[in-house]
Design a protein around this ligand. Structure first.
Ligand code: GDP
Length: 217
């Protein structure tokens, strides 16, 4: 048995992610192919650190950090077996209206229409989960019938007990409003939660191979 599988199926092959391309307009998306797992999150939630921890790379996602300016979707190829997709962050203070509108257009159409999108990881700071903007994103994902996995990151900033309580609370909220969505604790600093995430993403990506896209159902 492979170490990360825990006997529950193969983990998503996040290691060996290699930058493939950046997309600025929905019209420039590459033709759909292998399953894509996208990462989204409020600015500063810890999304770039989480991607780097999961991919076992130190600066993979930071290449694409452009707060409040050009907003790009970045694709990282996983050796032909899938794509890790870094969606632009949201909630930057003082972002011009036009940039916010561009985010909605770019990310909104990707979420609603992308046939090869298997699921979305929503990264939240465990100390401030489920903000209004997070809920707007979750609503859009739910409407598009997307698989959702929440990473409650920076878990190292809380005691074990407080982190578990925060996780339980988020799971209750998700079960009420977004049935099927899953959540886990994560720490990029301590590298906690990597195997759990990889297993869940593996099962999400396998589901995508057996399912038609949500649109047109
Ligand atoms: P992003 O804007 O969502 O991509 O967030 P970053 O990954 O850039 O992280 C924002 C800040 O939080 C940085 O100062 C990181 O060093 C810090 N950070 C991210 N993840 C963790 C974590 O798991 N634990 C701790 N203690 N700090 C973290």
């Amino acid at each position: 048995m492979r170490p990360a599988s825990h006997g529950r199926g193969e983990a998503f092959p996040l290691a060996n992610a290699v930058f493939a391309l950046s997309v600025h307009d929905p019209g420039s998306l590459p033709p759909p192919g292998a399953p894509e797992i996208a990462f989204a999150g409020r600015s500063n939630a810890g999304k770039s650190s989480a991607i780097n921890a999961l991919a076992g790379r130190r600066r993979l996602a930071f290449v694409s950090k452009t707060p409040g300016r050009t907003q790009l979707i970045n694709f990282f190829s996983l050796g032909g077996r899938g794509y890790l997709v870094d969606l632009p962050g949201y909630g930057y203070a003082g972002v011009p209206h036009a940039v916010r509108e561009h985010w909605k257009h770019l990310v909104g159409s990707y979420i609603a229409e992308r046939p090869s999108l298997a699921g979305v990881v929503v990264v939240m700071d465990v100390r401030h989960p489920l903000t209004g903007l997070d809920r707007m994103l979750l609503d859009a994902l739910h409407d598009a019938r997307r698989e959702i996995h929440v990473l409650l990151t920076k878990a190292d900033k809380l005691s074990k007990q407080s982190a578990q309580a925060a996780l339980a609370k988020v799971r209750r909220e998700l079960a009420t409003h977004y049935p099927g969505a899953t959540a886990q604790l994560f720490s990029s600093l301590n590298r906690d939660g990597i195997a759990e995430a990889a297993v869940r993403l593996g099962s999400i990506s396998r589901g995508a191979k057996n399912k038609a896209p949500a649109k047109g159902e």
